[in-house]
Write a protein that binds this ligand. Structure first.
Ligand code: AQP
Length: 350
C-alpha cells in the first residue's frame, strides 16, 4: 500500500491548470489499486497569499470542485490543514532543526526577494517546514507536486533524516516527489509565467462562463508568426505525425502557441483536430484564430459539465462541512499518533 499526500491552497477560483495538473491526476491516483490518498486543503499556506474570498468560503468552494471532479470522500481522505493542530506543532519542532541559511536558499523564497519583496513575513521563510510537517505526519510515500515544489520535498527528506538521526530512531520515512504529468499550463496573458489563481486574466477559471472562456482564449498571446518561417524543414505532409515529429514541432513553437496546443490535446475529445492543426503548423499554413477557435470549442464543453456538478454540490454547504469534519477527524487520528511518537522520541514530557 502506498500512501499519497497532496494539497491545494484555497487562494481563489481554481483554473484549468490546477485541474489538469493536480485534481484530475489525484482522481486517477485514487483509483489505483493499493493507493491510500490524503488530500489537504492547505488553508494555513493560503495565509501567505492575497485572497479575495474569505478562507472558509474558499475552502468549501475548493472542496466542491474536488468532488465535482470525481474525488470520492469514501475512497480518499479530504481534510483541512487548520483543523489539525498537529501540523503547526510538528512544524515548530522542525523549526528547531532547520537553519535560516538553508531556508533562505529555497528558490521560491530567493525569487520573491529578487523580485523586490522587501518585507518578507517569517512564514514565507519557514513555510517549507510546515509543508514538511504536512507530509511527514502521514508518513507519506509519495507527494504529487509540480516541478517548483521538488526542492521543498528534498528539504522534507533532509528534515526527516536529521530528525531520525538526532533521536536515533527511524520515526519518519523519506517521501518521494511524484512529478505531475505534463508540466505547467502557462498563463494565456503572459506565457512566460504559469497559469495562476492570482492572475485570473491569464487563467481559464473553472467558474468562468462560456463568453469569458472564449474571450480569454481569443486574446491569448501567441507569437508574431515569424517563428514559423524559421521552422526546420521536415518530411512531407503525411496523415499522422510521428511522436518524434510532434516533439520537434512542440520544441520549435513559441511558449504561448505550445501552451494552446497542450490545452487542446488535454481537453479535446477529437485527437484528429490536433493532428490537422499540427500539420498546418508544420506546413506554415496555421491561422492562430483557427487554433483558438478549436481550443474554445474544446474547453467550453470540457468545463461546463464540471460547473453544473459544482453548482449542485456547492449548494449543500452542510454536507461539505460534514465531509471536511469527518475527513479531518480521520486524518487527525494518524497525525496525532505520529506527533506523539515524535514528541516521545524528543523526550518531551507527556
Ligand atoms: N499552471 C499550472 N499548471 C499545472 N498545474 C498547476 N498547479 C498550479 N498551477 C498550475 C498545481 O495545482 C496544485 C495547487 O497548487 P496551489 O494552489 O497549492 O499553489 P500554486 O501552485 O501557487 O497554485 P496557483 O494556481 O498558482 O495559485 P496562486 O496564484 O495562489 O499562487 C499544485 O499541485 C500545483 O502544482
Amino acid at each position: 500500500m502506498s500512501r499519497i499526500l497532496s494539497g491545494i491552497r484555497p487562494t481563489g477560483g481554481l483554473h484549468i491548470g490546477n485541474y489538469l495538473g493536480a485534481v484530475k491526476q489525484w482522481v486517477e491516483l485514487s483509483q489505483e489499486p493499493d493507493s491510500e490518498c490524503f488530500f489537504m486543503i492547505a488553508d494555513y499556506h493560503a495565509l501567505l497569499s492575497f485572497r479575495e474570498t474569505p478562507l472558509d468560503q474558499a475552502t468549501y468552494d475548493l472542496l466542491a470542485w474536488e468532488l465535482a471532479s470525481g474525488l470520492d470522500p469514501n475512497q480518499v481522505t479530504l481534510f483541512v490543514q487548520s483543523f489539525i493542530p498537529a501540523h503547526t506543532e510538528l512544524a515548530w519542532i522542525f523549526n528547531a532543526l532547520a537553519t535560516v541559511p538553508e531556508l533562505s536558499r529555497m528558490t521560491q523564497y530567493k525569487d520573491l526577494i529578487a523580485h523586490g519583496l522587501e518585507q518578507p513575513s517569517s512564514a514565507l521563510l519557514t513555510y517549507p517546514l510546515l509543508q514538511a510537517a504536512d507530509i511527514l505526519l502521514y508518513k507519506a510515500d509519495f507527494v504529487p507536486v509540480g516541478e517548483d515544489q521538488v526542492q521543498h520535498i528534498e528539504l522534507t527528506r533532509t528534515i526527516a533524516r536529521r530528525f531520525n538521526k538526532q533521536v536515533g530512531i527511524e520515526i519518519f520515512p523519506e517521501p518521494k516527489p511524484r512529478l505531475t504529468d505534463g508540466g505547467y499550463i502557462l498563463s494565456l496573458h503572459d506565457p512566460t509565467k504559469k497559469m495562476s489563481k492570482s492572475m485570473p486574466q491569464g487563467a481559464l477559471l473553472l467558474e468562468d462562463d462560456e463568453a469569458t472562456l472564449r474571450a480569454k482564449i481569443s486574446k491569448a498571446v501567441t507569437d508574431t508568426g515569424l517563428d514559423q518561417a524559421e521552422m526546420p524543414d521536415m518530411s512531407q505532409s503525411n496523415e499522422t505525425l510521428s511522436l518524434e515529429e510532434k516533439a520537434l514541432l512542440y520544441q520549435h513553437m513559441s511558449p504561448g502557441v505550445r501552451n494552446l496546443f497542450i490545452l487542446l490535446e488535454q481537453t479535446t475529445t477529437d485527437p484528429h483536430i490536433v493532428n490537422v492543426l499540427l500539420e498546418n503548423y508544420k506546413t506554415h499554413t496555421l491561422q492562430y484564430r483557427d487554433l483558438k477557435a478549436a481550443l474554445a470549442d474544446s474547453v467550453v464543453p470540457f468545463i461546463l459539465p464540471l460547473q453544473e456538478k459544482y453548482q449542485e454540490i456547492r449548494s449543500d454547504e452542510s454536507r461539505l462541512q460534514t465531509i471536511l469534519r469527518e475527513g479531518s477527524a480521520k486524518a487527525e487520528e494518524i497525525a496525532n499518533q505520529t506527533l506523539q511518537e515524535a514528541k516521545r522520541a524528543f523526550h518531551l514530557a507527556s
